[in-house]
Design a protein around this ligand. Structure first.
Ligand code: NDP
Length: 251
């Protein structure tokens, strides 16, 4: 039922984890896929090799902390693919920072990579979406942005910001048929969370808080992202889809 054959998607942080699952799902759905990587060139090359059998796919090296690199990336994708229909702001970091120990540089790094990059990608992509009167933007937030997270206030602030950013753009861009939504994962098995979840004690305490008693796989997040990008979700905008096994139930 989901067929994205005429669509071009740009996925940030597509080299690993949730982003790599999104690359897979969008390629299978027939979209032309542009995705970014920063340090994981090998993984990015493997994905391009694997999915170029299915669709047109290309990776772009971008440090999303760098505004100029973001602008160049969007321009290159436009030159290569002609347009961008779907933008998935996914690249992110999660580094511990107790409030009394956190440097300004650490705070700014997280805000820049997790939130400002979403603003910049949107800023550069939206004009062409407006012209086409079609667009889908999906921002990956987090349960941390909904309920806060001790020792990660910078991360929680970036993800809370992602949610408000999503709702603001949804209202502002609705008249152009640009739908803006967010997916808010809870714990997901990726490189980001494996170090924390590998500790038996913290795994057991986290799993107790999840009614489904399971940690999500990256594909569990990519599915709802694909749904939001599809025509099945054409009357949904400004929404936050919780994909957390029931750990945070907010409407
Ligand atoms: P991973 O650590 O597995 O992957 C992170 C991705 O972001 C990689 O592709 C990485 O690229 C990219 N990235 C990181 N920093 C930069 C940078 N400076 N410039 C460009 N790309 C960068 O993380 P996940 O897949 O787990 O996370 C994806 C998103 O999901 C994030 O926004 C995260 O906050 C969110 N999330 C994750 C949860 C989890 O439990 N895993 C829970 C809730 C939300 P490369 O490797 O090429 O450098």
């Amino acid at each position: 039922m989901i067929n994205l054959k005429s669509k071009v998607v740009l996925i940030t942080g597509g080299s690993r984890g949730i982003g790599a699952s999104c690359v897979k799902y969008f390629a299978i759905a027939g979209a032309s896929v542009a995705f970014t990587y920063n340090s994981s060139k090998l993984q990015a090359d493997k994905l391009v090799k694997r999915y170029s059998k299915l669709t047109r796919i290309k990776s772009y090296k971008v440090d999303v902390a760098n505004p100029k690199e973001i602008q160049n990336c969007v321009e290159e994708v436009m030159n290569d693919f002609g347009h961008i229909d779907i933008l998935i702001n996914n690249a992110g970091i999660w580094k511990e920072g107790r409030i009394d120990k956190m440097s300004l540089a650490q705070w700014e790094e997280t805000l820049r990579i997790n939130l400002t990059s979403a603003f910049l990608f949107s800023f550069f992509v939206i004009p062409s979406m407006k012209k086409k009167r079609f667009g889908r933007i999906i921002n990956i937030s987090s349960t941390a942005g909904q309920r806060g997270e001790a020792r990660y206030s910078h991360y929680a602030a970036s993800k809370g910001g992602m949610i408000s950013f999503t709702k603001s753009l949804a209202e502002e861009l609705a008249e152009f048929n640009i739908l803006v939504n967010s997916v808010a994962p809870g714990w997901v098995w990726t490189d980001m969370s494996i170090p924390a979840l590998s500790d038996k004690k913290s795994f057991e305490s986290e799993i107790k808080e999840i009614p489904l008693r399971k940690i999500a796989q990256p594909d569990d997040i990519a599915g709802p992202v694909l749904f939001l990008a599809s025509d099945l979700a054409k009357h949904i905008t400004g929404e936050v889809i919780n994909v957390n096994g029931g750990s945070v139930m907010c409407g």
